[in-house]
Ligand binder design. Structure first.
Ligand SMILES: [Zn+2]
Length: 300
């Protein structure tokens, strides 16, 4: 039985309970470019303030409820406290099963991996904008075709704020969220970060495997069934990202879908001024979006 019918392209998924639109990588990529049009979006910057307004306005159109969770921190290089913002968009908030999908919307204030101009902020096309772009496109789909499970899309601030070698200075938005849960604890969380790399490769991140092995097996298995070649079923890298505070502070079994070799093991654009939209692709966003569409609409 199909509850929703659409004109245009639809996909059929054997695990899905209903037909849904295809995830459009092109449309998601436009969201990536739009975020980059505000310039660097590090806390305290003009781009950060402008992009926040844009994200709020965009999600307002789609979500059942939208609210923010604000907190204050001293921004490095600044003497006064700045207000930072986690943005929370909820879909089907009264459903029994609740899933959190998250990404960080801030970008790094420095290019510490660059060879020069290290003190200048990065544009963060991949490291920041890519995950948010996929989630905005999903928000649009959830509004057109409400999932039967509850989904909270959380855009975390100040993920990329920290100093190298000191993990607790990173992921400040998710640390605040996990310490002051503004929603009932979700069943699990999926974080996406750096999913726009044109040479996308998504091995299993080690903390994710430790924190929710069952979900990892399910997602990477589903990616294989869908022939999404970026998903590599082997463990590589240990990353401190927003999924770690969600698990360690709030006990939410959380995973991170992340491409840490950007673009590959021989070159690096991560935390440099080369993290720009031309290094990313719609096809990469589409692989991640397609898996999440199948996962969310496939939940019975
Ligand atoms: Zn980063």
């Amino acid at each position: 039985m199909l509850k929703y019918m659409f004109i245009g392209l639809v996909l059929f998924c054997t695990a899905c309970t209903k037909e849904v639109d295809l995830f459009s990588g092109e449309s998601a990529f436009a969201y990536l470019e739009k975020q980059c049009s505000f310039g660097p979006r590090n806390p305290g910057s003009k781009g950060h303030a402008e992009c926040k307004q844009y994200l709020m306005a965009e999600l307002q159109q789609f979500a059942d409820t939208l609210f923010v969770q604000e907190f204050e921190l001293i921004v490095p290089g600044d003497s006064k406290k700045s207000t930072l913002t986690n943005i929370i968009a909820r879909f089907n908030p009264n459903a029994q099963q609740q899933i959190l999908l998250g990404a960080h919307w801030d970008t790094r204030p420095w290019a510490d991996q660059a060879f020069e101009y290290k003190s200048r902020p990065v544009l963060g096309a991949n490291d920041g904008a890519s995950g948010v772009a996929v989630l905005l496109e999903l928000a649009k789909m959830f509004s057109n075709n409400p999932p039967s499970v509850g989904v909270s899309i959380v855009l975390f601030d100040a993920e990329d704020f920290g100093s190298a070698g000191n993990p607790k200075t990173f992921a400040r938005g998710s640390q605040h969220f996990a310490s002051n849960l503004p929603i009932a604890k979700p069943d699990y969380a999926i974080i996406i970060d750096m999913v726009g790399d044109a040479e996308l490769s998504l091995p299993i991140e080690r903390n994710s495997f430790r924190q929710n092995r069952k979900l990892i097996k399910e997602l990477w298995g589903q990616a294989a069934d869908l022939d999404l070649k970026a998903f590599v079923p082997s463990i590589k890298h240990t990353v401190f990202d927003d999924h770690v505070p969600l698990f360690e502070i709030a006990g939410i079994p959380s995973i991170d879908i992340i491409d840490f070799d950007y673009p590959n093991v021989y070159q690096n654009y991560w935390h440099t001024h080369e993290d720009t939209p031309d290094k990313c692709s719609a096809e990469s966003l589409e692989q991640v979006g397609t898996l999440l569409v199948h996962h969310i609409y496939g939940i019975k």
